[in-house]
Design a protein around this ligand. Structure first.
Ligand SMILES: [Zn+2]
Length: 274
C-alpha cells in the first residue's frame, strides 16, 4: 500500500470550515505531496440554502455534502469522511462514542499532524468547541493500548488561531460573526499575536481557497461580498494561516514555526513516518 510519507488530518464541524478556516493550509500541503485527510462531524443541514425557505434539512445536508466534496477536490484533499452527527448538537452527543469514532479514523489514517478548532470555537460556536474537545480526546484515545486496533501516536496537534488582524479582514469582508448560545451572544475571539506558534504562508494558494469557498453554493448568500474583493484583500484573507501548537512530541520552544511538520521532516525519510 502506498501512502504519503507525511500525513495531515483535519477534524472539523461543518462543510465550509475546511475552506474558510484552513483551505490554504490544506491546498499547500496537498500541493507538496502531503496526504491530507478531512473528517467533518456534520453535514451542516441546519444552515441556510441561499434565500430558499423550502429545502428540508435532509435535502440541505445532501447538497452541502456534495459541496464539501467539490471543495475538497479543489483543495486536493486525499480523503473526506463524515461522522454523521446532527448539525448544531455536537456537544449533546455521547462523547465516548464520538471520541472512539474519531480515534478510529486517526488509527486508520495514522496522521503525523492533526488540526482542529481551538477552545474558543472561532466565535464560540458550540459545535466548533465540541469538535476541539472531542478531537483532542481522540488523539489520547488513539495512542492508548486496547483490544480494538493498533495504537497510533499523533506527533503534533494544532488549534486554528485567528488573530485580530485576520478577524478584522474577515469580518470587514463578510460580516460580524455571532452565535447566540443559552441567551448569551458570543463573538469572534481573536488569539493574541504572541500565542501564535505557527504561521503558514499560503499566499500562492488563495485562488484555490476562493474556488473552494465558492463551491459552497448554498452558503454564497453569506459570502457574496467576497466576490467583489480585490486580489489584495483576498490575499489578506487567505494568504497566511495561523495556528497554536497545542502539543508537539518532536519540537518545542518559542521560535515561530513556518511549517506544521517542523521536527518531522528529517525523521520521515528514516522511516519513522510509518
Ligand atoms: Zn463551522
Amino acid at each position: 500500500m502506498t501512502r504519503a510519507a507525511l500525513r495531515l488530518m483535519a477534524v472539523l464541524a461543518h462543510p465550509d470550515d475546511e475552506s474558510l478556516a484552513i483551505g490554504g493550509t490544506l491546498a499547500r500541503y496537498a500541493g507538496e505531496g502531503v496526504g491530507t485527510f478531512l473528517v467533518t462531524a456534520t453535514r451542516g443541514e441546519r444552515g441556510r440554502n441561499g434565500e430558499s425557505r423550502d429545502t428540508s434539512p435532509a435535502q440541505l445536508g445532501a447538497l452541502r455534502e456534495a459541496e464539501l466534496l467539490e471543495a475538497s477536490r479543489v483543495l486536493g484533499v486525499s480523503e473526506v469522511h463524515f461522522l454523521d452527527y446532527p448539525d448544531g448538537s455536537l456537544d449533546q452527543m455521547d462523547p465516548r462514542e464520538a471520541v472512539a469514532r474519531i480515534a478510529a479514523h486517526i488509527r486508520r489514517v495514522r496522521p503525523h499532524v492533526v488540526l482542529t478548532f481551538g477552545p474558543d470555537g472561532a466565535y464560540g460556536h458550540p459545535d466548533h468547541i465540541a469538535i476541539s474537545q472531542l478531537t483532542t480526546a481522540a488523539i489520547l484515545a488513539a495512542a492508548g493500548h486496547d483490544q480494538i486496533d493498533r495504537p497510533h501516536q499523533v506527533s503534533k496537534l494544532y488549534y486554528i488561531a485567528w488573530t485580530k488582524n485576520k478577524w478584522d479582514a474577515y469580518q470587514a469582508a463578510l460580516k460580524t460573526l455571532r452565535a447566540r448560545v443559552d441567551g448569551v451572544e458570543r463573538q469572534a475571539t481573536p488569539w493574541p499575536d504572541w500565542a501564535v506558534t505557527t504561521v503558514i504562508d499560503t499566499g500562492d494558494y488563495w485562488p484555490a481557497v476562493w474556488r473552494a469557498v465558492s463551491s459552497h453554493k448554498t452558503q454564497m448568500s453569506i459570502y457574496r461580498n467576497l466576490e467583489s474583493l480585490s486580489d489584495e484583500r483576498h490575499l489578506a484573507l487567505w494568504g497566511s494561516q495561523e495556528f497554536y501548537r497545542a502539543f508537539s512530541l518532536v519540537n518545542g520552544g518559542r521560535a515561530l514555526e513556518t511549517d506544521l511538520f517542523e521536527g518531522l521532516r528529517c525523521r520521515s525519510s528514516q522511516g519513522i513516518a510509518a
